[in-house]
Design a protein around this ligand. Structure first.
Ligand code: AQP
Length: 332
């Protein structure tokens, strides 16, 4: 069976982009793949984190996975720092990764900003850790949002570099799985910017923990243009805010953007936003309720993570050992 690996950082403000771009797709894939879903807490440390919030974030993301419909029995759910093989493999892969490959990573440039010399080595090197996360389990597929496509391509390149260096077909080259109508959900305040946890405006995103009133308010306040909704995708794509809201509607309802335009083309935004609010309440309300119930039992969440870490380590350990043997660190 093909194997999936993917993860989310426990950095708070889990939003509709994380859900529609990633987590919801994982739920659909769990029937056809062996799945490993990680809470990537080591990635979170690439930027400063409050320790208590990081711990709380790990439980919250775990609750979100389960509330969204991931089966913790069938799939492995765990947090990255519990399996030390991730960082061990990351070092071995870092030694094979040319700096030029990391210099191409656009996310580093965005996150480091103007103070690039002050950015941490971890932020720069984290795509290698991500490659290790995936390759440690010899995952064949990685379902992610559009923003991480470049990182998966790097993981493929690193897998190829290892296979070539040691002249064997050891790591599969992982394929990104990017699908659905909302592979890149944009900010509600600016249709040209990604919806993001770190955006300073909470009105830019719908969080999975927002209550019904707040969701309604955020959708009402979402930026739009003065024209009614268009009839065609060509016209829609020239209008970033309209395109984003139509894409969100389509993804929430499980229909295409064309079908949304058949229903709403020519209508004004206020009636469309009312309908969008109903869809958002239906999908997110259910997840939020389940998350709240799960978060009330932290012992259960911790047990899921402990058991997940044991199962993950059982796959990771022999793979790491083989890498150590192939690289000449251990005797076969
Ligand atoms: N806006 C988005 N649209 C679609 N997919 C998205 N993802 C993130 N944002 C969007 C996908 O969510 C998964 C988890 O990614 P992550 O843990 O790397 O998330 P993050 O980077 O902490 O979340 P943000 O919001 O992207 O944080 P910022 O921008 O503040 O750093 C991934 O599969 C990702 O593609």
């Amino acid at each position: 069976m093909n194997r999936i690996f993917s993860g989310v950082q426990p950095t708070g403000n889990l939003h509709l982009g994380n859900y529609l771009g990633a987590i919801r797709n994982w739920v659909a894939l769990q029937n056809d793949y062996e799945c490993i879903f990680c809470i990537v807490d080591l990635h979170a440390l690439t930027l400063p984190q409050d320790p208590a919030e990081l711990r709380a974030g790990t439980r919250e993301v775990t609750a979100a996975y389960i509330a969204a419909g991931i089966d913790a029995e069938r799939c492995i759910i765990f947090n990255q720092s519990m399996v030390s093989a991730h960082t061990e493999l990351a070092w071995l892969l870092a030694c094979l990764t040319p700096l030029g490959w990391l210099n191409r990573m656009t996310q580093f440039k965005e996150k480091a900003g103007k103070q690039r010399d002050m950015a941490g080595l971890g932020l720069y090197a984290y795509p290698v850790l991500m490659a290790a996360d995936i390759l440690l389990y010899k995952a064949t597929h990685v379902p992610v949002g559009e923003d991480l496509k470049q990182h998966i391509e790097l993981a493929r390149d690193i897998a190829g570099a290892f296979n070539r260096r040691y002249e064997r077909d050891f790591f599969p080259l992982p394929d990104p799985l990017i699908f659905g109508e909302a592979t890149r959900v944009m900010s509600l305040r600016d249709g040209t910017k990604k919806m993001s946890k770190s955006d300073t405006s909470d009105y830019s995103r719908i969080n999975l923990t927002d209550d019904a009133d707040l969701i309604a308010l955020k959708i009402r306040r979402a930026k739009t243009d003065p024209e009614p909704l268009p009839h065609t995708i060509d016209e829609l794509e020239k209008r970033p805010e309209a395109d984003n809201l139509v894409g969100i509607f389509a993804a929430l309802d499980g229909i295409s953007r064309e079908t949304v335009l058949e229903a709403f083309g020519g209508r004004n935004f206020s009636s469309f936003k009312d309908a969008l609010t109903i869809q958002a309440h239906r999908v997110i309300g259910d997840i939020t309720d389940k998350m709240r119930r799960l978060m009330a039992d932290p012992g259960h969440i911790d047990a899921v993570l402990r058991r997940g870490a044991e199962r993950a380590a059982a796959i990771a350990a022999p793979n790491l050992r083989q890498v150590q043997e192939i690289s000449g660190l251990l005797r076969p």
